[in-house]
Design a protein around this ligand. Structure first.
Ligand code: ADP
Ligand code: MG
Length: 242
């Protein structure tokens, strides 16, 4: 579904990604972890063409991001993205948040977009909140709306960037439950998260990053079950968060 080949990226003179190669297959749940500043957000943003990269190749569903013929807005519409800070439009109601991109990017009718949006709002358990504004919802509720909004676009893959890091602890579970359900339904997912409970429960693979490099890329069983085979950096990281 997503393939990265020798991807390197610089911010000016600073190399933020170095020779990153990995593949996310259809139906897989891949968890990306690693220390702060290791390049996790940058990596996930390059997968969605939100950030340019200078070397290497990325293909999403067979479409090469560096091909000048690739229509990036169209491609981005098919890749769902959920951020740490929800990024809902504060001046729009929940329903308007759910329908806007469907109407503007996918050219759906307002009615069709609403039916689709509310279907996913119901699925994340928030149909009763459809007329509220984001500021009237808890952080956990806002993040569930953000997930419903991404799903309303019928994405082929969902990318999550620390979706629970900005939440109060008591709200983490409700967001993870939605993500676990999605994974169990077979959605292809790539999640930057330090929620190792989630990784153990539904993850297929774990990628560990450090200083812009993919240091580990292995099955969940290998990552958690065979700590002695892990790199010193990954071991050190695991010892701090587990
Ligand atoms: P992570 O998500 O793992 O914490 P990031 O991908 O956000 O890491 O950042 C990786 C590195 O790139 C950090 O050193 C960060 O300071 C730097 N960085 C991130 N965004 C920019 C930017 N827009 N310009 C310059 N440096 C950046
Ligand atoms: Mg980050």
């Amino acid at each position: 579904m997503i393939e990265l080949q020798h991807v390197s990226k610089w911010y000016g003179a600073f190399q933020v990604l170095t020779d990153c190669t990995t593949t996310i297959n259809q139906g897989e749940v891949v968890v990306i972890c690693g220390p702060s500043g290791s390049g996790k957000s940058t990596l996930i943003k390059t997968m969605n063409a939100l950030e340019p990269f200078q070397e290497g190749e990325i293909t999403v569903d067979g479409v090469n991001l560096h091909d000048p013929k690739t229509k990036l807005p169209k491609l981005r519409a098919r890749v769902g993205m959920v951020f740490q800070n929800f990024e809902l439009f504060p001046h729009l109601s929940v329903t308007e948040n759910l329908t806007l991109a469907q109407i503007q990017v996918l050219n759906r009718s307002a009615d069709e977009a609403k039916v689709q949006g509310l279907k996913y709002l119901d699925r994340v358990g928030l149909i009763a909140q459809k007329d509220k504004f984001p500021g009237q919802l808890s952080g956990g509720q806002q993040q569930r709306v953000a997930i419903a909004r991404a799903l309303s676009m019928d994405p082929i893959v969902m990318l999550f960037d620390e979706p629970t890091s900005a939440l109060d602890p008591e709200m983490v579970g409700e967001v993870l439950d939605v993500m676990v359900n999605l994974a169990n339904e077979g959605m292809t997912m790539c999640c930057v998260t330090h929620e190792m409970g989630f990784a153990r429960k539904v993850g297929n693979r774990v990628i560990f990053m450090d200083h812009g490099r993919i240091i580990e890329d292995c099955t969940k069983e290998e990552f958690f079950g065979n700590p002695d085979a892990r790199s010193p950096r990954a071991k050190d990281f695991l010892s701090k968060i587990l």
